[in-house]
Unconditional design. Structure first.
Length: 569
């Protein structure tokens, strides 16, 4: 299929969703008796990521739009990799995205007995056999894309012998890997998936739901269509890598007496720049300590994005913008950030915080005095009202907002220069205090009491407005500045290369102490704010001793706007 290319700005126009068109046509023709039943079938072997969010929005969205239902079904057929922790996290993520399965929570393990009976049916009808070849031998017999495979020497066992061996496999008489149950299809098929695929393997492992009841487990390609059929799924929607598996999906249903006949449809999975979507690779990041867990805000997991402060509405909007197609592409991460920024711009309260503090002393402001100034909570939403922020003789400003010898286009604070403090007064720098190493540690400034509110009655203007916090009233905070986890746009492009070699060593910068306005003292974890002039930040679940911890959700800079502009030119 080749390497996917980044999605351009021209793709913002929502393309025709071919899957929704199929559903609409089926309803119009009366297929499925007017029913629409979809399912989201994650394997509980890791946390969900943004690619799963696309599938969740598609499956649950179609059910909502067409008056149908969507089941949540766990594909729990591999007990060595599955855990209850993952089951719980997946349910939390789906609900957080805004969807619910009501009473339709299912597990593939719910159907193990029925799957076993169906396997015996295949044996009795001559469509399955027990094979003693090892895994390596099965691969050797399978052939290649250009050469047909050859039959297993055990392919012609009698029905009676196959039934006996399969029942003994279930009874636990054989060790792991000793035997498998295979479908009897066609070893010369051009589709390798149809060359007598394995349906069951022996696995003496504790299952998170069934315990030690089973020591044989069905393969996904066998369990998937049976689960769909037993649940009455009308549209089994998968990602594109399952397209070559669809003939096996159909074969399984064609040769079993299932109560319902579903159909599988495939769409292109989500690929995102500067991101890996493989659960195996994400697990490696966690296990090797490259990140602080599955919910590390640098991870593309839904829980990581939630912790970082991404609103669920923004993720749903992003999934709508990228659409559903058949062709693989690589979506710009900046488009997701654009959706987050647009959402938070409307809903996030504005506050002031200083990340790299520099002390300012107003030498002509009365000592011991403080006043309250009015600040707008969100200019995009007047209903959010205003708040009071304290002002005093000693303030914190950003160190980057001062230069002792400023270049020509630097308009912020400098010796002898006047600037505006947001919602407050004009101030002028009159003295620079340095330590023994020559580092600037404090600025002495004067303020103009006639400019309360940030406007001069004589009409004079300044070229810069700075944010600030009152030093005696500010609350200490730790701020974590997150950047992209990888340094290259497609870290998983070369499958033979070590993707870990492209990890961004500057993906996290921790700043402390930072100072924020006192209104944040009672903020709840998960609350999102715009720190004026700095970006959007979310209060983390961690609480620093004596302070707060904020994760930067997204910067104020809109990289996607530039990409869109380039696309128009």
């Amino acid at each position: 299929m080749g390497n996917p290319k980044p999605m351009s700005a021209n793709h913002l126009a929502h393309p025709l969703d071919f899957i929704r068109q199929i559903v609409a046509d089926d309803l119009k023709s009366g297929k499925n008796d007017g029913r629409v039943v979809t399912r989201f079938p994650p394997e509980p072997n890791g946390y969900l990521h943004i690619g799963h969010a696309k599938s969740i929005c598609l499956n649950f969205g179609i059910a909502q739009e067409f008056g149908g239902q969507c089941n949540l079904r766990f594909d729990d057929t591999n007990p060595t990799k599955e855990e209850q922790e993952y089951v719980d996290s997946i349910q939390e993520d789906v609900r957080w995205l805004g969807f619910d399965w009501d009473d339709r929570l299912f597990y593939a393990s719910d159907y193990f007995e029925q799957m076993y009976d169906y396997a015996k049916h295949l044996i009795k009808t001559g469509k399955a056999f027990v094979c003693d070849l090892t895994a390596d031998e099965i691969r050797e017999y399978r052939g290649t894309l250009t050469e047909p495979g050859k039959n297993s020497p055990y392919r012609d066992r009698s029905v009676e012998e196959n039934l006996d061996l399969f029942q003994r496999m279930r009874a636990g008489e054989f060790p792991d890997g000793a035997r498998v149950l295979r479908a009897k299809i066609d070893m010369a098929s051009p589709n390798i998936n149809m060359r007598d695929p394995v349906l069951y393997r022996i696995l003496h492992a504790e299952h998170h739901r069934t315990g030690d009841k089973w020591c044989i487990y069905p393969m996904y390609d066998y369990a998937h269509p049976i689960s769909d059929a037993l649940e009455g799924i009308t549209h089994s929607i998968c990602t594109l890598e399952f397209e070559d598996h669809r003939p096996l999906y159909d074969w399984t249903l064609d040769y079993l007496p299932v109560p319902y006949r579903p159909y599988q449809y495939e769409f292109a999975r989500l690929n995102l720049t500067y991101t890996v979507m493989s659960k195996r690779k994400l697990l490696k990041l966690v296990q090797e300590g490259r990140v602080a867990g599955w919910d590390d805000p640098r991870m593309p997991t839904i829980s990581g994005m939630r912790r970082r402060g991404y609103p669920p509405e923004a993720i749903r909007h992003f999934c709508d913008l990228i659409g559903v197609g058949k062709r693989e592409n690589l979506v710009e991460l900046s488009l997701l950030e654009y959706c987050v920024r647009e959402d938070l711009n409307r809903r996030a309260p504005r506050v002031m915080g200083v990340l790299r503090p520099l002390k300012v002393v107003l030498v002509n402001y009365p000592e011991g005095q403080a006043e309250e100034l009015e600040a707008v909570n969100n200019p995009e939403d007047p209903a959010m009202g205003a708040r009071k922020v304290p002002f005093s003789r000693e303030l914190w400003i950003e160190r980057d907002d001062f230069m002792e010898e400023p270049p020509k286009k630097f308009f912020r604070l400098a010796p002898g220069r006047e600037v505006r403090l947001r919602y407050a007064y004009f101030i002028k720098c009159v003295e620079v205090v340095k330590d023994s190493r020559g580092e600037v540690v404090e600025l002495r400034c004067t303020y103009d009491p006639e400019t309360r509110g940030g406007y001069a009655p004589d009409g004079r203007r300044v070229k810069a407005t700075l944010h600030w916090v009152s030093a005696p009233h500010a609350r200490p905070a730790e701020v974590r500045l997150y950047d992209r986890l990888f340094t290259m746009p497609n870290p998983g492009e070369d499958k033979d290369a070590d993707f870990l070699a492209h990890i961004n060593p500057q993906s996290l910068e921790t700043l402390k102490p930072c100072w924020v306005e006192p209104s944040l003292a009672g903020a709840l974890p998960g609350s999102c704010y715009q720190f004026e002039r700095l970006g959007y930040f979310c209060l983390d679940k961690d609480i620093a001793p004596g302070g707060l911890v904020f994760n930067r959700t997204v910067t104020l800079k809109d990289a996607w706007a530039k990409i869109r502009q380039r696309g128009k030119s």
